[in-house]
Design a protein around this ligand. Structure first.
Ligand SMILES: Nc1ncnc2c1ncn2[C@@H]1O[C@H](COP(=O)(O)OP(=O)(O)OP(=O)(O)O)[C@@H](O)[C@H]1O
Ligand SMILES: O=C(O)C1=C[C@@H](O)[C@@H](O)[C@H](O)C1
Ligand SMILES: [Mg+2]
Length: 169
């Protein structure tokens, strides 16, 4: 079993919003690994980061991604930092991966000051977001089947673009 599409990208790229719509359009179910992790750990992502640390979060995340890639045949959204794990990038090489990209200004606007995103909760979200993009862009691109720029289009239009890109693949 393999997901119809795995959705990756930075926080605020729209993985959850666009992923849900894409699943609806394809007539399949949607699953979000961030939600799997919360269920597995029995606490919020912020609590995992503060109580157990980022390395422990990444360990749980890599395991949860491997399970979900194996089990889910619909649309699967990964957490923004899932591609940091070498093992996860290796697994993704076998899958159809949609990279939703977002620029710094729009990414910061969309994520706002939400405490649900512990990595962006610091004093300067703009520079944090930029550092995160600089470090991760090559990793997203390494595993992406298609890359979609989300800055200037609403989710329904993005779904049209993704479906067209996947059909042409
Ligand atoms: N293309 C878009 N245009 C405008 N707003 C958008 C777009 N995509 C998502 N949003 C809005 O941006 C916010 C973040 O979207 P969403 O939660 O889907 O991102 P995400 O990639 O799942 O983030 P995270 O990595 O934190 O889970 C939401 O309020 C959503 O409505
Ligand atoms: O960008 C990241 O590293 C993260 C994004 C979220 O999806 C969550 O997986 C968590 O907050 C970490
Ligand atoms: Mg999300």
């Amino acid at each position: 079993m393999s997901p119809r599409a795995v959705v990756i990208g930075p926080p605020g790229a729209g993985k959850t919003t666009v992923g849900e719509l894409l699943a609806e359009r394809l007539g399949v179910s949607f699953r979000d690994v961030d939600a799997d992790i919360v269920e597995l750990a029995g606490k919020s992502i912020s609590d995992i980061f503060t109580q157990d640390g980022e390395p422990e979060f990444r360990r749980i995340e890599a395991e949860a991604v491997a399970h979900a890639l194996d089990e889910h045949d619909g649309v699967l959204a990964l957490g923004g930092g899932a591609v940091l794990a070498d093992a996860t990038r290796k697994l993704l090489a076998e899958h159809t991966v949609v990279f939703l990209n977002v620029g710094m200004a729009e990414g910061v606007r969309r994520t706002g000051l939400s405490t649900a995103r512990p990595l962006l909760a610091g004093v300067n979200p703009r520079s944090t977001f930029k550092a995160l993009l600089d470090a991760r862009l090559p990793l997203y691109r390494e595993v992406a089947t298609v890359e979609i720029d989300t800055d200037k289009q609403e989710p329904p239009g993005l779904v049209d673009e993704i479906v067209a890109a996947l059909e042409g693949n």
